[in-house]
Design a protein around this ligand. Sequence first.
Ligand SMILES: NC(=O)c1ccc[n+]([C@@H]2O[C@H](COP(=O)([O-])OP(=O)(O)OC[C@H]3O[C@@H](n4cnc5c(N)ncnc54)[C@H](OP(=O)(O)O)[C@@H]3O)[C@@H](O)[C@H]2O)c1
Length: 275
Amino acid sequence: MSNHPSSRLGDMSGRTAVVSGASSGIGLAIVRRFLEAGATVHGLARRGHLIEERARDAAPEADRLQHHSIDVGDPEAVRDWARGVSGPVDTLVCAAGTNIPERRLAQLTPPAWDSMLATNLSGTFYLLHALLPRLREARGDVVVLSSVAGAWPDHTGPAYQAAKAGLLGLARGAGRDEYGNGIRVCTILPGIVNTPILDDRPEPPPHALRELFVQPQDIAEACLGALTLPKRACVAEMTIVATRLQSMGNTQAATPTLPPAAPDEHRSPVAPGPS
Ligand SMILES: NC(=O)c1ccc[n+]([C@@H]2O[C@H](COP(=O)([O-])OP(=O)(O)OC[C@H]3O[C@@H](n4cnc5c(N)ncnc54)[C@H](OP(=O)(O)O)[C@@H]3O)[C@@H](O)[C@H]2O)c1
């Protein structure tokens, strides 16, 4: 039997989720999907007001969406915020993340490295650590947004890759330590997803190509599915890549090359990117 308020696939009514990175991209799509599925959501980002602006229409009832302005890389701020959250928390999704244009090894400085690790790796630990007692009480769920960059060599830069590989280790270790307390931990490893983070690349991919990427709503749907599976089943790791542009381990090209269309396939007007 599930410990969750609802055990129907896709139904989050009665559940309370904390989602970081909620003002944009994947985190925002997850907030919206959770609200549609009936959850109460605490959205976290530095620009907390954007969560309200961008997700309110998914939950017209005022009390199911709350937004909070927090830097996840600040452990005291995260701890103090977590102490102030009232009510149960049964779901934590850690989607806050960033990258910088000056990402090549020779460009990275110690402050840039520290800042990248603080947001992309430590921020997830700070949230998980601060909310662990609540998650244990609820026998809840944790979803960590890693990346294929944490599993395969790619172009995203050593600091980003180190953080994303670190998240895999954190999630695996947390899952091992907490399954006895009923906590499921799921790591999502997306390939290229059409979100504003791509604009921080040294050479942002062309907008015309982006519609072929995985969309943030696809990640949100997969996340919802994993979280609402019967509690006996844990989706421990999930790699989601763009069907037409990427395969597992094929992450070397910053801008993927459009493959030739099949004879009976509608030919896209998009020009191939550089490989
Ligand atoms: N897009 C991709 O191709 C891709 C692929 C694999 C993995 N991912 C991962 O997916 C996650 C979501 O990224 P995205 O693509 O949706 O990018 P995005 O659109 O740029 O969103 C990033 C989110 O993280 C928040 N954030 C950044 N730094 C923060 C901080 N210090 N404290 C609190 N919040 C912070 C941002 O909000 P504020 O700026 O308002 O703080 C924003 O809500 C990230 O972990 C990213 O690494 C993305």
